[in-house]
Ligand binder design. Structure first.
Ligand code: TEU
Length: 555
């Protein structure tokens, strides 16, 4: 089997915020094409595009109204074909975002479905009458007590036909009914259409939510929340493996050189082994969420400090769990996460490098989110009016309505809002950071005067140069891609240390994830070669604040 992605690094572009070619303040496909040298210089193998399909943009394009076209804000299908050819000409591959747990409410499938109870597409979505004989829209008449991920109930009343439809995300993102075989065939046909056009695979949005328990039982009510958590009924649902295997047979079988990655909130390492076991024919790798949940309480807005020992337990378990069967994906940032250098670092270039070293020396396929390779930071949000993300805006309204002080809610948004990832890419020090000549749809981070691609391009000490070396190590040192992983110093609260071993070559990775100097004692490495280090210092003695080292020795 061709598992080329075991040595690959993926770069994620969030098209709205990457590069704007026409000055309307929104990034576009021609903008991306004009910046492909940045990706080739970095050395990445794959470009993953967040959604570029026609969309009302209720959820940043994750609400799709036509799966087989390009949103005019981003360009045309001809622009897409040009971009794809340019990506391939540079020896890179292109992944599309596949968002098929739900469509936009403006998708023709949903328009038909909502038009009447007798419409042939009625059953393509989850329609249910009000319960207990109550009136549509009456409090408590929702078919289940589930809350949506974006605040409020997961059911929307629809006056025209007197029933509710299910939406796990916004009310403008109705959930498709994957139990209906016509839905599945329509999705597979669409996927084949993109593969025939030349794309190299898919990142599959919340793909472990497509199978729901058809009984739709109520969820458990957790303390203080107005709506219940229904996830037991839709995370890794009853027919999920069947659906993924069918998709594999119908779409991927007989095609080579592809990559599939399933985004799976709530997935366990035991599940992930099944999803990514090549013999089962499901997906190549999954995005799991355990590590990005370590700095929260009951919800992402309930802020907690990261305990480095817990990160070791978590990532270490995933490394061990997928060592023989399956494969890991590795990520810090994406369009849903705050910036790692602000989150678990101190915002400095040094912290950005060390957090990058930590992640990129693990076994798995690393994903770099635009700007992460520059050490881009969270935005200094002044007030609620600056946020655009539906999750943030809805959460603020709901939390304040429930009596939480606005300033407290803002503190959580500043730390965790998805908009932190979505501010424009920082190309240079000019007023709009080289992102647009117009007014950007989200403000440019004022730190772009220091943190930008142009300033780092020729600087061997830059975060960008560090990422380039990490990617090169994965391509040139087989132990980085293939080596066995062993966690060291599990009790150390500041130093994250591990070894990788492959065919007589051993690597030792030491990362000081703290602002204080830290002593380390790992015997036998003093004569080892320094492959990469933030300070140019070898050996194992004391690590400076935020210092990291990668050492190599041969048995
Ligand atoms: O995200 C799924 C998901 O469960 C979370 O990351 C969620 O978006 C949120 O951050 C919870 O706090 C995927 C996409 O990546 C996200 O952008 C979409 O909004 C969502 O699905 C719906 O398509």
């Amino acid at each position: 089997m061709d598992e080329w992605w075991r040595t690959a690094v993926v770069y994620q572009v969030y098209p709205r915020s990457f590069a704007d070619s026409d000055g309307d303040g929104v990034g576009d496909l021609r903008g991306i094409e004009s910046r492909l040298d940045h990706l080739s210089d970095l050395g990445v193998d794959v470009l993953w595009l967040s959604p570029v399909y026609p969309s009302p943009q209720d959820d940043g394009g994750y609400d799709i109204s036509d799966y087989q076209d390009i949103d005019p804000a981003f360009g045309t299908l001809a622009d897409f074909d040009r971009l794809l050819a340019a990506v391939h000409a540079r020896g890179m591959k292109l992944l599309m975002d596949l968002v098929v747990n739900h469509t936009s409410d403006e998708h023709p499938w949903f328009q038909a479905s909502r038009s009447s109870r007798e419409d042939p597409k009625r059953d393509w979505y989850w329609w249910r009458p009000p319960r207990f004989g109550m009136d549509l829209g009456a409090p408590g008449a929702e078919p289940t007590n589930w809350g949506s991920f974006f605040s409020g109930p997961a059911w929307e009343p629809d006056e025209a036909t007197g029933e509710y439809y299910l939406h796990l995300f916004s009310r403008r993102q109705p959930d498709l009914n994957w139990d209906n075989p016509q839905v599945r065939q329509a999705v597979y046909a669409m996927m084949r259409w993109w593969l025939d056009r030349g794309v190299d695979g898919f990142r599959m949005d919340v793909i472990n939510m497509i199978s729901k328990d058809p009984a739709l039982p109520d969820g458990r009510v957790t303390g203080g929340e107005p709506y219940a958590d229904g996830s037991e009924s839709f995370i890794n649902g009853p027919r999920l493996h069947d659906h993924l295997q069918e998709m594999h047979r119908e779409v991927f079988a007989g095609r080579d050189g592809l990559l599939t990655v399933g985004e799976m909130p709530g997935v366990t390492v035991e599940d992930a082994r099944l999803f990514t076991d090549p013999a089962r024919g499901e997906v190549d790798m999954v995005f799991q969420f355990e590590h990005v949940g370590l700095d929260q309480g009951a919800t992402k807005w309930d802020l907690r400090a990261l305990d480095l020992r817990a990160l070791k337990v978590s990532l270490g378990r995933w490394q061990a769990g997928l060592a023989d069967v399956g494969w890991n994906s590795l990520y810090w940032d994406n369009h849903d996460q705050p910036r790692i250098v602000s989150r678990w670092g101190d915002g400095s270039p040094l912290a950005a490098k060390t957090l990058a070293t930590l992640l990129h020396l693990h076994r798995g396929t690393p994903y770099v989110f635009q700007g992460e390779e520059l050490g881009m930071t969270n935005y200094p949000w002044a007030g609620i009016e600056e946020f655009r993300d539906i999750e943030s805006v809805n959460h603020f309204a709901a939390a304040v309505a429930a009596g939480q002080p606005a300033e407290e809610v803002l503190t959580a948004l500043r730390a965790k809002s998805r908009d932190n990832a979505r501010t424009p890419m920082q190309w240079d020090a000019s007023p709009q950071a080289g992102f647009t000549t117009g007014t950007p749809w989200l403000p440019v981070n004022p730190d772009h005067v220091r943190v930008n691609a142009a300033a780092q391009a020729g600087d061997p000490d830059s975060v960008l140069a560090h990422y380039r070396r990490l990617i090169e190590l994965r391509h040139t040192v087989p132990a980085v891609a293939h080596g066995d992983f062993t966690m060291l110093l599990p009790e150390d609260e500041r130093v994250y240390a591990f070894t990788r071993a492959h065919q007589g070559v051993e690597l030792l990775v030491l990362c000081n994830v703290s602002a204080a100097a830290a002593a380390v004692d790992v015997p036998g490495w003093d004569a080892a070669e320094l492959l990469l280090g933030t300070h140019g210092t070898g050996g194992t003695g004391e690590l400076a604040p935020w210092e990291s080292r990668v050492l190599r020795r041969t048995a």
